[in-house]
Design a binder for this molecule. Structure first.
Ligand SMILES: C[S@@+](CC[C@H](N)C(=O)[O-])C[C@H]1O[C@@H](n2cnc3c(N)ncnc32)[C@H](O)[C@@H]1O
Length: 255
């Protein structure tokens, strides 16, 4: 399954009221949305047929989220589904996640693209390959360390892997303690990056079909309608959390 097929399934299963995407480019992933949407990209050039009611913001995600009421276009100021696919550098991806989280409910789902490079050179911070992930993979590790309350699931999608985040907490107010230290010590490092074997070999990544089957989406949608909080939403993810914990404790052979 590729990243767009996973996104299409999430649109189908979640039936989000609202959708937000950072990095829209030609509108390929945006075209999957039928929800009220926001697309942010300083250099988009839409060539796809987009059927959603969408606010297109030709700007960087940092500038967009610094606005007073960035989601004024949406019928509710809550993002049910988000796709983070803007600048392929770890600190940008992490900032996008933290910024979107301010506008989530317990049942919102965030997806980050490009977290599983196949080769070290693809993960260079300075682009030198056609298919470029940058070092976005570091954002997954940072979230696992700095936000152990989040459910962080790496998904083995083609071509470059995705990460699904569940149980976001808007009450954190867009603040991530430890972010500055992480940028200085871990994110902004000279190429080549020290990409873990578990990332390159995808040993901790869940098959997309397994992820989709591990959540009862009918109950998840009902939980959203009922305004379920984090504790209640977590009880619906027991199966997913158990499977993910098994995967994340794995060590790659030869690592
Ligand atoms: C890989 S493309 C997005 C592809 C698209 N999501 C899809 O799947 O069809 C990445 C996009 O991120 C945009 N981008 C770069 N820096 C950005 C930033 N700071 N904020 C938002 N978008 C950014 C680029 O202009 C580019 O169009």
């Amino acid at each position: 399954m590729n990243r767009h097929e996973l996104l299409a399934r999430l649109h189908e299963d979640l039936q989000p009221r609202t959708y937000l995407e950072t990095g829209i480019n030609t509108g390929r992933s945006l075209s999957l949305s039928r929800a009220s949407s926001v697309g942010i990209d300083p250099e988009f050039s839409i060539t796809e047929e987009v059927q959603a009611d969408v606010h297109l913001a030709r700007t960087s995600s940092d500038e967009f989220f610094a606005r007073r009421r960035p989601l004024a276009h949406l019928p509710v100021p809550v993002v049910d589904l988000a796709f983070v696919d803007g600048m392929h550098l770890a600190e940008y991806a992490l900032r996008d996640v933290v910024a979107v989280e301010r506008f989530t409910s317990a049942t919102s789902v965030l997806v980050i693209d490009d977290v599983l490079p196949r080769k070290v050179v693809m993960a260079n911070r300075k682009r030198s390959t056609t298919r470029w992930t940058g070092d976005v993979y570091k954002a997954t590790a940072a979230l696992r360390t700095l936000r152990p309350d989040l459910v962080v699931v790496e998904i083995d999608t083609q071509p470059t892997g995705t990460c699904v985040l569940m149980l976001p907490d808007a009450a954190r107010g867009g603040v991530l303690p430890g972010y500055d230290d992480w940028v200085a010590t871990t994110a902004v490092l000279p190429d080549p990056q020290d990409v873990p074997a578990e990332v390159l070999q995808r040993t901790r990544a869940m098959a997309p079909e397994e992820f989709l089957a591990a959540v009862d989406w009918t109950r998840w949608r009902r939980a959203r309608q009922q305004g379920e909080g984090l504790a209640g939403a977590r009880t619906l993810l027991e199966d997913l959390i158990r499977k993910n914990d098994e995967l994340t404790s794995r060590v790659a052979p030869g690592a």
